[in-house]
Design a binder for this molecule. Sequence first.
Ligand code: PMP
Length: 405
Amino acid sequence: MTHFDFAEFRRHFPALRPDDSPPLCYLDSAATALTPQAVIDATVNYYQNAGATVHRSQHKAAQSLTERYELARSQVGDFIGAPRAEDIVWTRGTTESINLVAQSYLRPRLQPGDEIIVSQAEHHANLVPWLMLAEQCQAKVVTLPLNAEYLPDISALPARLNSRTRLLAISQMSNVTGAQPDIANAVSLCHANGTPVLVDGAQGVVHENVDVKAMNIDFYAFSGHKLYGPTGIGVLYGKTELLASMAPWHGGGKMLTETTMQQFTPQQVPHRFEAGTPNIAGVLGLAAAVEWLHSIDRIAAEAHSAQLAATAESALSKLPGFRSFRRGSSSILAFDIAGIHHSDIIALLAEKGVALRAGQHCAQPLTEALGVSGTLRASFAPYNTLQDVERLIDGVNFAVDLLSD
Ligand code: PMP
């Protein structure tokens, strides 16, 4: 595909069965994306044909599978601009990647009274691990507040950075508003203070071309399943010297070079962080996803999804009480209708077969900052169509008619 052809794009997704009536109206891609055939094939192929595990057995199938598995590490590393394949650690997802940094990087460095800055826009995955760590070490989580645009207020960062600051945790893109803070500015302010930065890329990696080296990011976390890959596989990128300075978090098979009954010697990076038999099908599926993404004009695809979100936003804005929390040219449209509870609307939308999500989207502090108890979130992907937008609009209109006094 040299130009973006969304009808052709849809054909990659078997869940979008052309003969279904009505067709699947899937507006929940920020929660998890649909899976393209190329990724399904890669995972099925592993279970059907591989007959082996990795980094353990000596037979031929195991050796060639180990090579493919390590090639996947380079492919995924290249996708985000990691300088070396060894800078990529396989995890179960963004959540586990962040917990790994909290427990393996920060915990040994944290003294009572030290500070971790966390933006108020974070998903719970990039807040709770820091709260847990702060409790474990008598450290403090310091809030980076939001500005009027619901973006983490980078101009408030200098006043919060000090000699006790040990890390900034911030997401590249909010899973509620779609807002994207100025990460480059945040990184340079933090680095001037000697503070490393962890970027939660769970949403950002889907919508942006990421270059962790150019962005000078210390740690970058993302999940496979939002990037058209399988569930249960994710990535932690860390700068070589940071990963090398970290002790393992999980202990078990293949994360060590030798052990006695008294002590063990950890493996090199990244294997020391990958105890136990890994998610091989997940790794191969994620590599297939990034390979498949290379054949997509991602800028045009993104423009298509953002245009659908804008169209839905402008049509819904005619409803009395409609408030949009969409920021920038995001393909995520979070909204509410004043006076009608989001869970009442979502129940009626579900009955009409319109798949989206309502609630706090695992971002309670952000939702509170928006001044609402929850929002409805329609998240668009390049496989969505104008018909999907129309079904959303019809569904919301129907719900509002029924639920208004
Ligand atoms: N951060 C953000 C911004 C997210 O949107 C999500 C997923 N909703 C996560 C972290 C957590 O990702 P996972 O559940 O795949 O670990």
